[in-house]
Every structure is written in structure tokens, then in C-alpha cells.
Design a binder for this molecule. Structure first.
Ligand SMILES: [Zn+2]
Length: 264
């Protein structure tokens, strides 16, 4: 493993692969210790939410889909939360192999193309985006509504999503929080704070029952994945209280980061 850059969690650079799992009837988690791709499924169609770091991870995604009984040829769309290599890096390979269409925000498409170091380094091939998201909207992909919420801060064009998941007859609104780590500069930190408020308001309106992120290490996800895979008990499904708790904790940590940034 390369030297870990200061300020970044060591898990981000740990490519240990974890066993994939079905989280809801229509949602699957494919993940290394570093980063996850979520597969949202309707009938035979697959919408991937994020694509991990690189070509190797793309091959891992393919292997996991097959293991889960899903056909990777049915990947129709790859919706990328933000323009960091650990989220878009596998998309180019999957697009070329399966003719999947890639979605990303306009701002982070530029961000991806213009940044070439740190999380945008050579490890992660950049991709041609097919559908550029410029505004908040509800988009329907393969018969599934995905609510798009602009949540800048982690990156300038970071997106978060809300979509419906099912377990038998039960239906739940589930959120994917696009950017977990805090930015360094004050403007981005304040953007991040505002994004929490905007997303949380929407989460409340839609009575979110679960909140997911791209990095399982950010919210005890390794354990949750283990439990759902081995027992079927879904600890990702926290109810709105759990979502509220996540953002309350996140905001407390954010205020600390803002105070620290003030003294710099
Ligand atoms: Zn990121």
C-alpha cells in the first residue's frame, strides 16, 4: 500500500474486497473496504450508483453482480455521485463493455476533467459522460425514480440521491449521501453545512428510512454488511431516527472542522 496522504482515512486506500450483499429486494452493495458501488435493480435492468476506483474494480463489480445472480450486461446506467476517482474510475470500462450510459453533474464533470492529482490521479480513468445533470430534478431510469439533490461541499458539484427500496410489500425511501469527507477550505465547508440542511429537509419530507454512503467505513458499514449477509437483518434500515442521528453527528463533526479551519 502506498503512503497514506495526511488527513485521509487509511481505509480509503484499503482495496480488500468484501463479499457483496443484497440490502433490499432491489438494492445490492458491492464494496471493498475503500469504496462501494450500489446496484439498484428493476426487472432486468441495473442502475449502478458509483463505480469504484478503476478497471480492476470494474471487473470486481462484474464478478459480484454475477455472484448475486445479476447479469452485468444489464447495467444500463452508471450514476456517479461526484467527480473523484474512487467513484468514477470503474465507469469507463463498464461503459465500453456494456454500453452503459454515464450520468454526472455538469460541475463535477469539469471537476473530474480538470483535476489530475489526489483522488483524481492516474489510477482512475476519466469517462465520457452521456447525461449531464445541471439542476435538481427527479429522473426516471429503467422505471425507477431517482431524486437528485445538489449537495456541494465535498466537491463543487457533488450529488446525493433518494430512491425507493422494497422488502416484500414494504416500501422505503432510501438516501445515498454523495460525499462523506469534509473539504479543507472555509467556503467548501460552509457549502457542506448548507448541503446537510438542504438534504436533511428533503429527507424529512420524504421520511427517509435509511441513509447510505459511498464509504462503508464512514458509518459502521462493514458490520452492517456482515450482518445483513449472514443473518438477513438489515441494520442499514434505521428509520428516520437513524438518519437524523447520522446528520446530527455529522454536523457536530463539521462544526469542529469549521472551527479548526478558522484558526488556520
Ligand atoms: Zn470524494
Amino acid at each position: 500500500m502506498n503512503k497514506i496522504p495526511p488527513g485521509l482515512p487509511k481505509e480509503l486506500f484499503d482495496d480488500t474486497r468484501l463479499e457483496p450483499a443484497k440490502i433490499f429486494d432491489n438494492l445490492y452493495c458491492i464494496t471493498s473496504k475503500s469504496v462501494a458501488a450500489w446496484a439498484l435493480v428493476k426487472d432486468d435492468s441495473i442502475v449502478l450508483l458509483d463505480a469504484m476506483w478503476d478497471d480492476n474494480d470494474a471487473l470486481f463489480i462484474i464478478e459480484c453482480l454475477e455472484k448475486l445472480g445479476l447479469n452485468p450486461e444489464n447495467i444500463k446506467y452508471i450514476f456517479i455521485t461526484h467527480g473523484h476517482g474512487d467513484h468514477y474510475g470503474g465507469a469507463k470500462y463498464l461503459k465500453e463493455k456494456y454500453n452503459a450510459k454515464i450520468l454526472l453533474s455538469d460541475i463535477d464533470n469539469h471537476f473530474m476533467l480538470e483535476n489530475n492529482d489526489g483522488p483524481n490521479g492516474p489510477r482512475s480513468p476519466k469517462c465520457d459522460v452521456d447525461i449531464i445533470i445541471t439542476d435538481e430534478e427527479k429522473i426516471n431510469l429503467c422505471g425507477m425514480d431517482i431524486h437528485i439533490i445538489n449537495t456541494p461541499g465535498h466537491t463543487p458539484g457533488c450529488l446525493s440521491f433518494i430512491f425507493e427500496c422494497t422488502n416484500g410489500d414494504e416500501k422505503y425511501n432510501v438516501g445515498l449521501w454523495g460525499g462523506t469527507a469534509f473539504p479543507r477550505d472555509m467556503k467548501s465547508l460552509l457549502d457542506y453545512e448548507n448541503s446537510i440542511d438542504v438534504f436533511f429537509k428533503k429527507a424529512k419530507e420524504m421520511n427517509l428510512s435509511a441513509l447510505l454512503t459511498g464509504h462503508l467505513f464512514a458509518d459502521d458499514g462493514y458490520h452492517k454488511l456482515d450482518v445483513v449477509r449472514s443473518t438477513g437483518e438489515n441494520l442499514f434500515l434505521t428509520g428516520f431516527e437513524g438518519v437524523e442521528e447520522y446528520f446530527t453527528t455529522l454536523k457536530t463533526k463539521l462544526f469542529d472542522a469549521i472551527e479548526k479551519a478558522k484558526t488556520k
